[in-house]
Structure formats: structure tokens, C-alpha cells
Write a protein that binds this ligand. Sequence first.
Ligand code: BDR
Ligand code: CA
Length: 301
Amino acid sequence: AMRFIYDCDPGADDALAMLLALGRRDALDMIAVTCVAGNVGLEPVVNNARRILELTGRQDIPVYSGAARPIMASRGRLSIMHGADGLAGSTLPAPTMPLSAGHAANEISRIARAEGKLHICATGPLTNLGLALLLDPELPDFISALTIMGGAAFCPGNTTPLAEFNFAVDPHAAAIVFDSGIPITMLGLDVTRQATVTEDMIRQVQAIDTPVAREAAHLLINYGSKDPCLHDPAAIAWMLKPEIFKTVPAHVSIYTDSGPAAGQVIAAVSERHLAGRAPNCSVATDVDADAFRRLFVSALS
Ligand code: BDR
Ligand code: CA
């Protein structure tokens, strides 16, 4: 199974992504969860990550707390999509498992060095990864691939007209990550807008009728009614079944000046726009949405 760190801000769709990944232990080995403020503040985020791990009986996975705010802004912006608790009013109990000692940014670097060739999946603002790269300039040598949910390459944003939430919250961190040289696959709104929840999918998940499936159904219904896009599960789906996606090689840079374009993805694809630069990223443009939904439902079964 592919060993990876999951860097996230749960967040209803981050929680659904965790359930998808944890349901596929045959293929994915989540070796740590690193948390960042994003959809909600850092405290509910670290609680929600542990609530989901306890629901799935995976208290063995260490959870590290990370950045409480973006690099250059005194505070982030909270998402209105996930409810005040971040899990759309979930009835899951408060967590009892402890947080593991160490800051997420330091732990990313320590674990990557110990692993040698680590995969990281990031579905929140990229602050932890940005900090890790600043602290440890050799870190790219120890990360084989980065799967990122964030950005909008060829379509409008969901937070500003030009930017997607994760990149709008911390454009500077996103810029550090995209400039790092680590091979990236970007699952942005271009593709996650296609990965929608359907009534049929909800019924199928409800029919599974386990505690995990019941929580998933709660999240699909209550988050899905505000934002039908399963953004973060799409990133996990890419790691499980890349063949259901279409991608295009691009050179991606992130606009960091403050103002209305902050966090915008600048994606160069054509030879003219690449202007001699090598692509630094594979941008997902399409997904077979039915295959994606089947993958999700079967992982929970
Ligand atoms: C992203 O922003 C958050 O609200 C979601 O969890 C997802 O990571 C979508 O723009
Ligand atoms: Ca997220």
C-alpha cells in the first residue's frame, strides 16, 4: 500500500476523504495526519481529525497539530460550507485519543526524511507544507509526489472570482509549494466540480448501514446540500484510481499580491505560455463522475 501523510483541515469533505482512504487499507497506508486551520479554526480541525480516526478505530494513526493561521495574514477566512463545528453538526463524540507531540511542519520533514520517498496528500491551505519547505530546504529530495486539492486552473474560483478556497486562504504557502520542484498533481475546481454527490449515492451509502457509513451519509447530506462537490475525496480518488481522471501537464504558479487576484492559479499549458519552462504539475481536468462515486461507495462497504 502507498504510504502517505494526509495534511488537512476537516472540514466535512476532508472527513469524507479520510473515510474513503481509511476504507481502502489495501491500497493506501495513512501514516500520519497533519492539521492546519482552514475550513474552521485549528482546534475544531484537530478534534475532527481525531473524531474520524476514532470512528474508524484508527487511533494508531498519529495526529499532529500545525499552523493556526496563514503565513502572511493575521487570520484566515473560515468556510461557511462546513457548519460551526466543521462537520456539519455531527453527533460524533469529542475525541479521547491524544494529539501527538510536535508541530506538523517539523513532523512532515522528520517523517519524509525517515521514509526517504514519501507521498503527501494535502487538502487544506498549504501552510504546513510551505513552512516545512522553509524549515527544511532539502525536503523536496524526500517527497516523491504531492497530491493537492486546491486551485482553479481554467475555471472561476469558489471563494473569489479568481481563487479557490485553499489557495485564497494562504497564497504564499501555495506559491512556496508550487515553486518547490516536487512533482504535483493538482485536483482543483476544474475537476472537483464534476465530482458531485447524488441522491442515488446517498441512498447507497445509507444502505450500508454501519457507523462509518451513517456518518458519511450525514456529511454527504448536510455538507452536500451547501456544496455538492466532493473536493477532497477527489484527491484520494486520484491516488486510488488515476485512470478515471484526465490530466494536462502545466507550469503552475500562484499569484501572491494582495487584492482581488490573490491565490489565483496561473497555469501555462501551451508552448508559448510555457516559454521554455518545464511543467511542474499535472492539472486534473476531468473525472468519470460515476466511477468516482462507485469508488467511494465501495470503499465504505
Ligand atoms: C476546498 O475548500 C474547503 O472548503 C474544502 O474542504 C476543500 O478542501 C474546496 O475549495
Ligand atoms: Ca479541505
